[in-house]
Ligand binder design. Structure first.
Ligand SMILES: Cc1cc2nc3c(=O)[nH]c(=O)nc-3n(C[C@H](O)[C@H](O)[C@H](O)COP(=O)(O)O)c2cc1C
Length: 188
């Protein structure tokens, strides 16, 4: 083979490798499409939603239930406890958009009776999160959020679980710096 033909072939191979590399780089650089989905009964988790939305500009979807719980905590908490224990559903009023194109779901919920709030659990029962990354953010009175995180895993076995954010509900309104640090850490 002449030297000039060999150089040409080597050049073509190098071009092919460069093209493959730039395709991989393009795929890696593809911006992730994200949405915040949350349920909040008394506003603590919602305070975090505002911070996440302000910083990231991502779309927000609030989960509402068809039959609202009683307004007072003492009137609704036994009902909620029974639903949590039975792993029951609480039907949703919210129309859920097509979530196929979203790569990332920020999932916000209060912690209820050792687990996830029932409206959020109902939402997770109805949707497939295979291949998506879930970043949970949870508020509670004082309990560790572990039971809520375990329930998310149980309901979304094929999702990737990203790092979660937790703050006691009473401190949610002042959690802006911590939310910003968490978002930065997870690449938002
Ligand atoms: C039905 C119900 C059950 C709860 N169970 C717990 C619990 O087991 N441990 C805890 O620390 N807080 C518990 N809480 C307190 C909430 O997790 C906390 O107030 C949370 O910040 C409320 O969020 P929200 O304002 O977004 O609804 C419960 C609240 C409700 C309404």
């Amino acid at each position: 083979m002449s030297i000039s033909r060999r150089v040409l072939l080597q050049g073509a191979a190098a071009c092919g490798a460069a093209a493959a590399l730039s395709l991989r780089q393009a795929a890696a650089a593809k911006p992730q499409k994200a949405i915040v989905v949350f349920y909040s009964r008394s506003g603590n988790t919602e305070a975090l939603v505002r911070m996440i939305a302000e910083r990231t500009g991502v779309e927000v979807l609030r989960i509402d239930v068809k039959e609202p719980y009683a307004a007072s905590y003492s009137d609704m908490t036994d009902v909620a406890r029974d639903e949590v224990r039975r792993k029951a559903r609480r039907e949703l009023k919210t129309q859920i958009p097509d979530l196929t194109d979203f790569d990332v779901v920020f999932l916000g919920s209060p912690y209820w009776w050792g687990s996830l709030s029932v409206p959020m659990a109902t939402f997770l029962m109805d949707h497939n999160f295979a291949g998506k990354t879930i970043y949970p953010f949870i508020t509670s009175g004082s309990s560790s959020p572990q039971g809520a995180l375990d329930r998310i895993r149980e309901l979304c076995p094929q999702a990737k679980m990203g790092e979660h954010f937790y703050v006691p509900g009473a401190e949610a309104a002042d959690a802006g710096d911590d939310v910003a640090a968490w978002l930065k850490k997870i690449g938002f």
